[in-house]
Design a protein around this ligand. Structure first.
Ligand code: SF4
Length: 233
């Protein structure tokens, strides 16, 4: 049994729709094919993340999230490496990787990079979860920042990289928010342990905050009017 059941992206998926969370884990073959546009968006996000690493140069990059990556992160922290990229943590069976982790001397600051030109509610939910996991795993986290692209600037690899990004500090989750996160995690784990997907009908959640990639499966019985209503709703 792996030490984790959820990741940052599956947690966000579960907040959007528990059926999507279940299908993604147990019926992934039903997922729609990624569009060219989505593939290009992922590639852009990756490229922006690489450029943002230059904000704190000289770091060591951890491989893709896994138990081994979480162990490697702990080892680098213990050995005093000051900058770690894709630092991986596991807590409460949730695995996350934060883009940049920087030592402050008496603790650490985390930086999560977004390739968009502004921040959405979902980015804050993602940041709160990461904060929850990092602190829960025992690290002294002094500050957490969401870093997004300055929409006024062209992102490229020339000039001063600090001028390309905007920093927004995210507060540590308070007691109420922490309980909500714990509740959501435990509800998601419960759904994943079932033998059937939860009964959830197509609705507003299919397109918000992101177009769901199980629409091909869930919407197959809908007529054109019903589809258009959901697409434009
Ligand atoms: S298409 Fe809609 S109902 Fe189906 S899994 Fe996605 S969000 Fe849930």
């Amino acid at each position: 049994m792996p030490a984790y059941l959820l990741s940052k992206s599956t947690y966000i998926r579960g907040l959007q729709c528990l059926k999507s969370l279940y299908l993604n884990k147990h019926r992934s073959f039903l997922r729609d094919r990624l569009s060219e546009e989505q593939l290009a968006k992922f590639a852009r996000g990756h490229a922006v993340g690489k450029i943002a690493q230059q904000l704190f140069p000289g770091g060591i990059e951890i491989p893709a999230p896994s138990e081994a990556s979480a162990r490697k992160t702990q080892k680098l922290i213990a050995e005093g490496y000051p900058v770690i990229y894709e630092a991986c943590f596991i807590q409460n069976e949730v695995i996350i990787a934060v883009d940049i982790l920087v030592s402050d001397g008496d603790g650490w600051s985390a930086y999560e990079v977004k390739s968009s030109g502004s921040l959405s509610d979902t980015f804050y939910k993602d940041a709160y979860l990461q904060n929850f996991v990092i602190v829960g795993s025992g690290l002294r986290l002094n500050r957490f920042f969401l870093v997004h692209r300055d929409p006024e600037k062209d992102i490229d690899n020339s000039g001063d990289v600090r001028e390309l990004f905007v920093f927004r500090e995210v507060e540590q989750p308070d007691e109420r928010l922490t309980s909500q996160i714990e509740l959501s995690i435990s509800e998601m784990k419960q759904v994943l342990s079932q033998h059937h997907s939860p009964v959830i009908l197509p609705g507003y959640q299919c397109m918000h905050p992101y177009p769901c990639d199980f629409r091909g499966f869930c919407w197959k019985e809908l007529n054109d009017d019903e589809r258009n209503k959901l697409l434009n709703g």
